[in-house]
Design a binder for this molecule. Structure first.
Ligand code: SF4
Length: 458
């Protein structure tokens, strides 16, 4: 999982501060590492660090990173080793000069591509897909960069929202299915690219439009040029962005995440009513759906769980041990609001079940009479191959267990999930979503090697 930012300006400015603010706004997309790379008159400089954006950079570093083009990245990953070489942007030198890349997504055939490049003598320094893409581009150095990218993309399969920086261009790309979001903004006369539109607000930029699925936008001193490199695929946005991942103040493909979540909560209340005295949310990602549930059911919404805002997302943290400890550190019950009450707890999803189990226990320990759990998405039964670390299948509680079995495990008095139809209806009611982790129907054939599929499903 990750997030990207890109900026193109006409003059040499200290753009790294704006990239920093953009990365800060999309911090929720990745908390393990971050990097910024800038082009300063043909000289590409960069800085990479582990940890949160506000910890990684200081004023001195940002003052050093001057230039007129820059890209930035944040990442979390269960599967990539925490070594500096794996921190993006990836910066390489090739025959045409320097190239920096940062990606949000997962190239499903990267292992095969990597092996075939290694057979040709290519040496890799990292485990990230961006290096495979960079090497494929470098092979076509006789072509101009747009041609080279398009040739490289012919062999690449998977999800990607990619920002690239050459010494004179900022390039943004979205995979042919548009699985990952990428938007274009204007900051005065400058162009900005971001995984999420919320970063534009933070940076003071105005939303221009989304990069279309299968579109490459090339920004240089002549302005913005659009190249449609693949328009043969149906749009298949990641539905999980709407449920959990994206910030509610962002819009993806001009759809409001906030409104989609609120509508999901409303539909959930109609599909699975519960008798209760209070609707509370699992903060923060369950809050909007809980408001929708309360509106539709007529049962008042109030705060029942208080979140320590300085703790990251539990399911992103890499080990089970940390996750379990994380829940207790992260949440506390407002017992004056739940004591003696029939509580309806709304959460956005159940992945491993660790968080919700402990949350139900905490609410009951605080004196709630009943706890009815309502989830504003269907059970997550299958792994994601496209960059969302929802977990290996063996860790997904819904992979093997029925709703009743899950209810028993988490200790709730009742449990219900939103239907897939209800979720899609709330997000816009059309067939533009990847739904793979709910129904095993993925946008592309997963023929990238049974080995990787097997690994993910273990
Ligand atoms: S499988 Fe699920 S998490 Fe992965 S891209 Fe599809 S909807 Fe998103």
């Amino acid at each position: 999982m990750g997030g990207v930012i890109g900026i193109y300006t006409e003059e040499d400015k200290n753009i790294s501060k704006n990239i920093y603010y953009g990365l800060y706004a999309i911090q929720h997309r990745g908390q393990e590492s971050t990097g910024i790379s800038v082009n300063n008159n043909g000289f590409v400089d960069y800085y990479k660090e582990f940890g949160l954006v506000h910890e990684a950079y200081d004023n001195e570093t940002l003052d050093r990173l001057r230039g007129n083009i820059g890209i930035g990245h944040v990442r979390s990953s269960d599967s990539i080793e925490n070594v500096t070489a794996n921190v993006e942007p990836l910066v390489i030198g090739y025959k045409k000069g320097a190239l920096a890349l940062a990606n949000d997504g997962n190239i499903v055939n990267s292992k095969k591509l990597r092996e075939s490049l290694e057979d040709k003598g290519v040496i890799f320094q990292s485990n990230v897909d961006a290096e495979v893409i960079a090497n494929l581009i470098a092979r076509y150095h006789k072509d101009d960069i747009e041609e080279a990218i398009m040739k490289a993309l012919e062999t690449i399969k998977g999800s990607y929202a990619l920002v690239l920086m050459t010494t004179d261009k900022l390039i943004g790309l979205r995979d042919p299915y548009g699985m990952k979001p990428l938007s274009i903004g204007r900051l005065g006369n400058d162009y900005v690219l971001s995984s999420e539109t919320c970063a534009f607000d933070t940076m003071g930029a105005k939303f221009l439009r989304d990069v279309e699925p299968g579109e490459m936008v090339v920004i240089n001193k002549e302005g913005l040029k659009s190249i449609k490199f693949d328009n043969t695929k149906p749009k298949k946005m990641c539905l999980f962005e709407f449920i959990y991942f994206a910030r509610p103040d962002s819009k993806i493909d001009e759809r409001s995440i906030y409104l989609a979540r609120r509508e999901a909560g409303r539909i959930l209340a109609k599909e699975s009513p519960a008798e209760g005295d209070i609707v509370i949310s699992a903060p923060d990602s369950g809050t909007v759906a809980a408001i929708g549930y309360a509106e539709s059911s007529g049962i008042p919404y109030d705060e029942g769980l208080i979140k320590n805002r300085y703790v990251g997302r539990t399911f992103i943290q890499p080990t089970q041990e940390l996750r379990e400890q994380g829940v207790k550190i992260k949440l506390n019950v407002l017992d004056e609001n739940v004591k003696g009450k029939r509580v309806i707890l709304v959460d956005d999803s159940i992945v491993r079940g660790t968080t919700i189990k402990q949350t139900v226990k905490m609410i009951k320990n605080a004196g709630a009479k009943e706890v009815h759990v309502r989830i504003s998405s269907p059970p997550v039964k299958y792994s994601c191959y496209f960059g969302m670390d929802t977990s290996k299948r063996k860790h997904l509680i819904a992979a093997e267990k029925s709703v009743e079995e899950i209810r028993e495990i988490i200790g709730a008095d009742s449990l219900a999930f939103l239907s897939l139809e209800g979720l899609i209806k709330g997000a816009g009611n059309d067939d533009v979503f990847c739904t793979g982790c709910f129904n095993n129907v993925y946008p592309m054939n997963i023929d990238f090697g049974e080995e990787k599929k097997h690994e993910a499903n273990l």
